[in-house]
Design a protein around this ligand. Sequence first.
Ligand code: B1M
Length: 210
Amino acid sequence: MVDLKSISENLINGKAPKVKELVQQALNEAVEPSNILKEGLIAGMDIVGAKFKAGEFYIPEVLIAARAMHSGMEILKPQLIKSGAKSSGRFAVGTVKGDVHDIGKNLVAMMMEGAGFEIIDLGTDVSPEKFVDAAKNKGVQVIGMSSLLTTTMPVMKVTIEALKIAGLKDKIKTIIGGAPVTQSYADEIGADAYASDAASAVDKVKELLK
Ligand code: B1M
């Protein structure tokens, strides 16, 4: 039986092929995909973040760990999608301009896809204009913005202003998230919702579309 902690440990050590192998093994053993994600991959990445903060890890080690996380996610994604209930809705998501952090954003996209939403992944470094274009022309009901830097958080505010100017603010819902983002920031800039993690992002979006 795979210990999900061994997935975290190999992720922290950047062992992408091993992470992939263990994720596959866990799936073969019928471990719930969302548990593999939470207790294996996300738990490992949390430790990587703490080590980076403490100066124990430098950027190359973080990148290698992120690659290991992606290799596990590759296998997990179809299973997460399969296990999700079917629902309707189109969700555009991106990391805001100036910001290239995409692991959390990808998790949100993946969980939303798992919940049956159609995803338009705008990628990273997404300008307010690009978000507005998606709202206008891609038939989305909800726009999701991710920011991991205090310096890029204000782009969320600019984007919401741009949606207002385009006359879309009342038609399209917005949700924001990312490590430095808070509910009070969401309230301050007029975002419709805030989520602290990918799983609650799904609940919040479902709530918004009720
Ligand atoms: Co950067 N980085 N980084 N980094 N990095 C942080 C964010 C930082 C906190 C590290 C630190 O100093 N302790 C710090 C930000 C400080 C601040 O502004 N407060 C920082 C910095 C400073 C930088 C650079 C400026 C470093 C430099 O060059 N000097 C630089 C900026 C580059 C840029 O964007 N312009 C930089 C670069 C990088 C890498 C490229 C090396 C790499 C990113 C790789 C990649 O994403 N492809 C990286 C990483 C990996 C991190 C840490 C270590 C981990 C981030 C991560 O992936 N976490 C991070 C430290 C940390 O967070 N402790 C750090 C795991 C991920 C699952 O969590 O994204 O928070 P997170 O997502 C969560 C929730 O926040 C939520 O759901 C997820 C969980 O389920 N969520 C949402 C996220 N988006 C959401 C959207 C939603 C809802 C929920 O709705 C739409």
